[in-house]
Design a protein around this ligand. Structure first.
Ligand code: PLP
Length: 383
């Protein structure tokens, strides 16, 4: 059977999360914003308990957590929601990096069509956008700096700690896309200085279709973000629409589990990485890591297998492994990875790259066995 090694696209749901969600679907039938009966109160209590679980994972207060449909929506609110403030203050300059998820890149591109000035910083070949380059672009009218914590394609950790520290006492808002780090780099996120943070539950063994935007208070005030949709007062008016109670419950549960288990998950992922690297080294195939392994999270690697077309390899090894060569939202039609392009790699290297990512439910022996088979096919393709 094929082994799933595409956790950065989405993770299988944790059984405990699923059980808790089913229990909620069965027993919590009210709308969390119905004030006039106990059914609503019960739904509200579930939502508030989940908010607390998210807040505890991130070490923020529950009032700073706003549930959304996931990272894409959180990011859109964080960026587009600043438009009114930008118009009022004349701050219309944004700094971000070329390796952000499209949710950031396409949103800032849209704002640039409205007259915003956008600076996009390219990383070097280590896969890291340099903090000093980001910070050097900040100027008097800078509204926002948006940088991801961990890149989804390479797994490379970005210098958000340094950027956050430097922006801490400035007027510039700092948004961190923590979609790939939430539940993994727990202590790092807890120690980060930021104004806004986005994530999706399905990247940390929670359900798809739910996530959160975290807005940190400064001097008791939330960042000046306004709703980008209208239609209700849910989530303090920031995200109107009926709260999907069971999804939110699943999000909270996934965060609670991650808080308890992130260390063992990290170690488990490291053991798998060591094994896969050993298999790679023994295979005799020539390969290069895309990005500096010293900065890579424990559940991912992105490698170029010299002389092997990754598209052909993935198709001919589907029966062994589910892997990818880019982010799922850009993979409908093949186009070379914009992340690897931004890192300055030649086309040949990009077209021979694969992303392998795993997680808490990955079984070491199964992953090792199937990855070995994939490499056997790769060797045949080379001959
Ligand atoms: N940001 C990063 C770094 C991601 O990896 C993803 C999803 O792959 C997103 C944002 C968007 O998440 P979603 O599709 O759950 O909204």
């Amino acid at each position: 059977m094929s082994v799933y090694l595409d956790y950065n696209a989405t993770t299988p749901i944790d059984e405990r999360v699923l059980d808790y969600m089913i229990e909620n679907y069965r027993s919590v039938i009210g709308n969390a914003d119905s004030r006039t009966h106990g059914f609503g109160e019960k739904a509200r209590a579930t939502v508030e308990n989940s908010r607390k679980q998210v807040a505890e994972l991130l070490s923020v207060v529950p009032e700073e957590v706003f549930f959304t449909s996931g990272a894409t929506e959180s990011i859109n609110i964080a960026i587009q929601g600043l438009r009114e403030y930008a118009e009022r203050t004349g701050r219309n300059h944004i700094v971000t990096t070329a390796i952000e998820h499209k949710a950031v890149l396409e949103t800032v591109k849209y704002l640039s069509t409205l007259g915003y000035e956008v600076d996009i910083i390219s990383p070097d070949e280590t896969g890291r956008g340099q903090a000093c380059e980001v910070l050097n672009r900040v100027k008097d009218n800078t509204l926002l700096v948006s940088v991801m914590h961990v890149n989804n394609e390479t797994g490379i950790i970005q210098p958000v700690d340094e950027i956050g520290k430097r922006l801490k006492n400035s007027e510039v808002l700092f948004h961190v896309d923590a979609t790939q780090s939430c539940g993994k780099l727990v202590e790092e996120i807890q120690a980060l200085d930021y104004n806004m943070l986005s994530f999706s539950a399905h990247k940390l063994t929670g359900p798809q279709g739910v996530g959160a935007l975290v807005l940190r208070r400064r001097a008791y005030r939330l960042p000046p973000v306004k709703a980008i949709m209208y239609g209700g007062q849910q989530e303090c008016g920031l995200r109107p629409g009926t709260i999907p109670v069971a999804l939110v419950a699943g999000c909270g549960k996934a965060c609670e589990i991650a808080k308890k288990e992130y260390k063992q998950n990290w170690n488990h992922a490291n053991i798998i990485k060591a094994k896969l690297r050993e298999i790679l080294n023994r295979s005799g195939l020539e390969y290069e890591f895309n990005g500096d392994p010293a900065y890579c999270v424990s559940n991912t690697f992105n490698i170029s297998l010299r002389g092997i077309a990754s598209e052909a390899l993935m198709i001919s090894t589907k029966q062994y492994c589910g892997i990818s060569n880019g982010s799922a939202c850009t993979s409908k039609n093949y186009s070379p990875s914009y992340v690897l392009e931004a890192m300055g790699f030649p086309r040949e290297r990009i077209e021979s790259s694969i992303r392998v990512s795993w997680g808490p439910q990955t079984v070491l022996d199964e992953a090792a066995e199937n990855f070995s088979r994939l490499l056997e096919i790769a060797k045949q393709m080379k001959n």
